[in-house]
Design a binder for this molecule. Sequence first.
Ligand code: NAD
Length: 406
Amino acid sequence: MRIAVMGGDGFVGWPTSLHLSDAGHDIHILDNLSRRWIDTELGVQSLTPMDSIQERTRVWHAETGRRIHFHLIDLARDYELLKNWLAEYRPDAIIHFAEQRAAPYSMKSDRHKNYTVNNNINATHNLLNALVELNLDAHLVHLGTMGVYGYSTVGAAIPEGYLPVGVETTSGETVAQEILYPANPGSIYHMTKCLDQLLFQFYAKNDALRITDLHQGIVWGTHTEQTRRHPQLVNRFDYDGDYGTVLNRFLIQAAIGYPLTVHGTGGQTRAFIHIQDSVRCIEIALNNPPARGSRVEIFNQMTETHRVRDLAEMIAGMTGSEIAWLPNPRKEAPENDLIVKNDKFLGLGLEPTTLEGGLLDEIVEVAKKFAYRVDRSRVPAVSAWTKDIAKTINRDPEGKKLKSVS
Ligand SMILES: NC(=O)c1ccc[n+]([C@@H]2O[C@H](COP(=O)([O-])OP(=O)(O)OC[C@H]3O[C@@H](n4cnc5c(N)ncnc54)[C@H](O)[C@@H]3O)[C@@H](O)[C@H]2O)c1
């Protein structure tokens, strides 16, 4: 297949591009490199030293003889460029990672809220709009998030996208329907993913676009089979308070002797998936497109759920780290249960990589190797969800005064 990977320079996009190139597909990465600019804005860098996208693709070619093409295009702002590119290359499938993906970054200030909404919604809409305009029947696979469901405890398993309901008619009968699971975003970032869902519903119904939406859990790990092949193919690895995700952050904190940062009671339960499984799921989704004219296909792309404090205690036990119990910068339920259905990927052959799989040690090794690159002052999470919460985020786990942001 000829596959366009939108946002293919990012944490999930890069290993996905390598995996699919390795499987024999013709890969074109479209990216505006905004994630690298955000590193500059925040004064942080990936824990792992990342080369330029041009250098990464050159090394991949030298290692494998396979080419990955790169095109510098902003999906949200360069509509004509995007449309012309799609018209010329006419991909069979498009994977859409090209969004601002950090909830804390999206809550940093009014400017960051605007940026996240403008970037994410325009990127998604421009893509859908261009597909219709060009009459291009490419299968669109989008990376959404488990966060669209919200994290309220209802005591029932979260289904894969659609909720069966009974609607009482005016004549008193109950009619069975399946509706999108009620959206319940917990941040501006999550809100954009909820809005994306509506864009997909409309374009699948109105224009018969073939769309798969993957509601992904928190991705952990860094290496995949392909990124291990050469030091310069290494994946990015975020540890800072905005972009670092919880499990990867704990592992880095353990490696540099920093207290594990648990916010609130640590009673938040979240869904997780290893990066290797994430790229496999995307391949499975590509191989199982919905039929033209059918509703949006939705998969829950996660393999296990864990409570944050259990993860912290497990890693503290493994590494001898301290746990720092900190005020929560987010506005969220202090404790929640989470049961999630993921039967569709399991039914299509996914064999989950679990936390017990020995990969935690590998990540601690990576973290130790590059520990000299960590700026400890960037570890605390300082983006607060409201101005009142911001006042409570004033000390880092080592007792230093913090400048909080909301
Ligand atoms: N990492 C996770 O734990 C996780 C969990 C659930 C869902 N997701 C979703 O998966 C997708 C990829 O996540 P990631 O962790 O790889 O993020 P990332 O920030 O590392 O990668 C996103 C890439 O998209 C590019 N991009 C952003 N806006 C763009 C635009 N307007 N035009 C062109 N390129 C643009 C960035 O430069 C970056 O290379 C995101 O949509 C995210 O919401 C990620």
